[in-house]
Ligand binder design. Structure first.
Ligand code: DOR
Ligand code: ZN
Length: 428
């Protein structure tokens, strides 16, 4: 089967071209006649980008299939323009062994909408006490290359040091959820003016920044690769800049919600706005956007965190933290980074596809748009807008903080190895 994408602009730049996809590869670029039987996609005015790669997705399977499954999460990913996602380990049972990571990997393959790469837990049961069998997970058919206790911080410095050392030998990266737990006991929201006024217990910026600083020092010492999950504060940007300047192999992600939303949302008392790390100040969000444009923050990752109504639509203190993200990421990046002039579409390709693929060591994702490369692609209509409705999203849960918002940037086509996975908002 071949697909001819007609009249798209590569990276949203230059003259429109036709792109022929055949046998899973980009087989021709230029003025191309449709071969017999080819599916022709009219793409005038649209931007063709490499398929997006999400380093931070919660697919909830196994264990919380009432919130999301690998199938529904994969559908949300394909509709959002993703061709690969990393499924976090905080499932039930925890993905801290080869059996669970192989299960996740296999279910992803069977679903076939997006490459699902399981993340392995750093510690057994995410308990932070004993290292999980990193080597067994790395050598399993799932080929785990990212380890994280996300949802929890690996707060013991000795365990973190060992995890970094082992992961170097395994050619893997440790992704840290940076939250010093002693500083966030009982925390409900960003520690600052808004939380004090509304009476929420605070989650201080220093709880994130102190762990990021410590881990950068540990990673440099171990000669290891560290990835910092969901950077949320201006101070963390300063720490990352310092660490990168002294040659630390550290990469970092920011979520769409930390780019767009702020702690002023707390005044709604609506737990849809509860997330970990919490929404910060407008000043933090501005610094995160600038750092992403500059490359101090490498990429955008969704932290897609589906929760069913009974866990979310409840009083703030008991509501689970987390927000849907896969189907809205491109639009939030368009709104915060493209419409503001901070990034062009080549920059969007960098932060949503190329850098995350490099960080995770994926050889076939985030590749240049040239002949002979794997056809993991997304077509974006930069000028179209849509209104977000949680119930219309492919996820089983509906906890989007963008409910009712009109956002720019629409994914019109996603191709995984040359096969159409999503088109015009529908799964193929
Ligand atoms: O808001 C969050 N939700 N942050 C995390 O670290 C975990 C995630 C989840 O699993 O729901
Ligand atoms: Zn996290």
């Amino acid at each position: 089967m071949s697909v001819l994408i007609k009249g798209a602009r590569l990276y949203g730049e230059g003259d429109p071209v036709d792109v022929l996809v055949a046998d899973g590869l980009i087989s021709a670029i230029g003025a191309v006649e449709a071969p017999e039987g080819a599916e022709v996609i009219e793409a005038a005015g649209q931007a063709l980008l490499p398929g997006f790669v999400d380093l931070h997705t919660h697919l909830r399977e196994p264990g919380r299939e009432d919130a999301e499954t690998i199938e529904t999460g994969s559908a949300a990913a394909a509709l959002g323009g993703y061709t690969a996602v990393f499924a976090m380990a905080n499932t039930d049972p925890v993905a801290d062994n080869a059996v669970v990571v192989e299960h996740v990997w296999r279910r992803g393959r069977e679903t076939g909408l997006v490459d699902v790469h399981p993340v392995g837990a750093v510690t057994v049961g995410l308990a932070g006490e004993k290292l999980a069998e990193l080597g067994t997970m790395a050598k399993s058919v799932a080929g785990v290359r990212m380890f994280s206790d996300d949802g929890h911080c690996v707060s013991d410095p000795l365990l973190m040091r060992r995890a970094l050392e082992y992961s170097t030998a395994l050619n893997a990266v440790v992704a840290q959820h940076a939250e010093e737990p002693r500083l966030t006991i009982g925390a409900q929201a960003h520690e600052g003016e808004t939380a004090s006024r509304l009476g929420y217990a605070g989650w201080p910026a220093s709880a994130e920044e102190s762990i990021v600083a410590r881990d950068c020092i540990l990673a440099k010492h171990a000669g290891a690769k560290l990835h910092v999950c969901h950077v949320s504060t201006a101070g963390t940007v300063d720490v990352l800049r310092w660490a990168k300047d002294r040659g630390t192999e550290v990469s970092a992600e920011v979520t769409p919600h930390h780019l767009l939303l702020t702690d002023e949302r707390l005044a709604t008392y609506d737990p849809v706005n509860k997330v970990n790390p919490p929404l910060r100040t407008g000043g933090d969000a501005a610094r995160l956007r600038a750092a992403l444009a500059e490359g101090v923050i490498d990429c955008v990752a969704t932290d897609h965190a589906p929760h069913p109504v009974q866990d979310k639509d409840t009083e703030w203190a008991v509501a689970k933290p987390g927000m849907l993200g896969l189907q809205t990421a491109l639009s939030v990046v368009t709104e915060t980074m493209v419409r503001t002039g901070l990034l062009d579409w080549r920059g969007v390709a960098r932060v949503l596809s190329e850098r995350p693929a490099e960080i995770a060591g994926l050889p076939d994702q985030g590749r240049p748009l040239v002949t002979g490369e794997p056809a993991n692609l997304v077509l974006v209509d930069p000028d179209a807008e849509w209104t977000v409705r949680g119930v219309e999203l492919a996820s089983l849960a509906a906890n989007t903080p963008y409910e009712g918002m009109r956002l720019p940037g629409v994914v019109t086509l996603t191709l995984l190895r040359g096969r159409i996975t999503a088109r015009e908002g529908k799964i193929e």
